[in-house]
Design a protein around this ligand. Sequence first.
Ligand code: 13P
Ligand code: SF4
Length: 307
Amino acid sequence: MPNVANPTQVIAEIMQLKQQRNAIILSHVYQPPEIQEVADLVGDSLELSRRAAATDASVIVFCGVHFMAESAAILSPQKTVLLPEVNAGCPMANTVTAEALRAKKSELPGAQVVCYVNTSAAVKAECDIACTSANAVQVLTSLPTDRPIIFVPDKNLGSYMSKQSGREMHIWEGCCPIHDQLTADEVLKVKSEHPQALVLVHPECRPEVVELADHVASTTGMLRFARESQNKEYIVATEKGILHQFNKQCPNKSFYPASDKLVCRDMRSITLEKVLHSLQTLEPRVTVNAEIRERALKSLERMLAVQ
Ligand code: 13P
Ligand code: SF4
């Protein structure tokens, strides 16, 4: 790994190599600010999946966590997909395995299986349709009503989807350790300090936190809401990396994190040096076994077809 101390030089080398490699850099909104600044697209999981499926680039440098890069590899198998930090995972995705899901399916024959995109390719291969936090309710309401539904792995998102749609589901017991630690008391404390602020909540938060929301949305949905609303102040109940985009897109408004604990270490493990190293070496590469890919692709394609 190169040890280049000068960020300006690293950024210049990234930009040059990006052109030479015909590469695109995709960044999730939780990434460190300097990564967001070198990206061609900064977005939520749904936007990044759509771009990965549509890009003409030969190389996708995915600045996010493993399941996101894997989704890009499923959607664009002919492309080289790089994850600059190979150990950047999602603890929530790790709460369900293909084997455990198969066991659950055998208890509920005929059930339709919906997976949050925060799952491995092997889990997606066991499912009928995927969803992200941006389209979860639409995906659920697109399903036939005459068969039971299993949802993996986020119990908080699952509970939110059920309430919004009125549809019951067999919900897995997983959760995001970052969002799930946020309590209603913490949000209320910040609200007491900023009584005019609207509360924006990601549906991975606990139901008690979701109940306090003025608006529940995916990360990009929160940004859209803040851009379009007349309100000047917001409490943000999701990973703090998103504050960079809030401040950039709405420079005349104020944003307060609901808690300083809202930090995803995996998301923060990508650095400029690692992005440069990936472009130099075309490693670490994320690939998906062909048989799993084919089945996982159906779940993602069905999701992308839902409006
Ligand atoms: P979004 O799809 O809203 O970007 O969320 C992804 C994620 O990992 C949230 O923790
Ligand atoms: Fe996974 Fe939570 Fe990190 Fe999102 S914030 S990548 S759900 S651990």
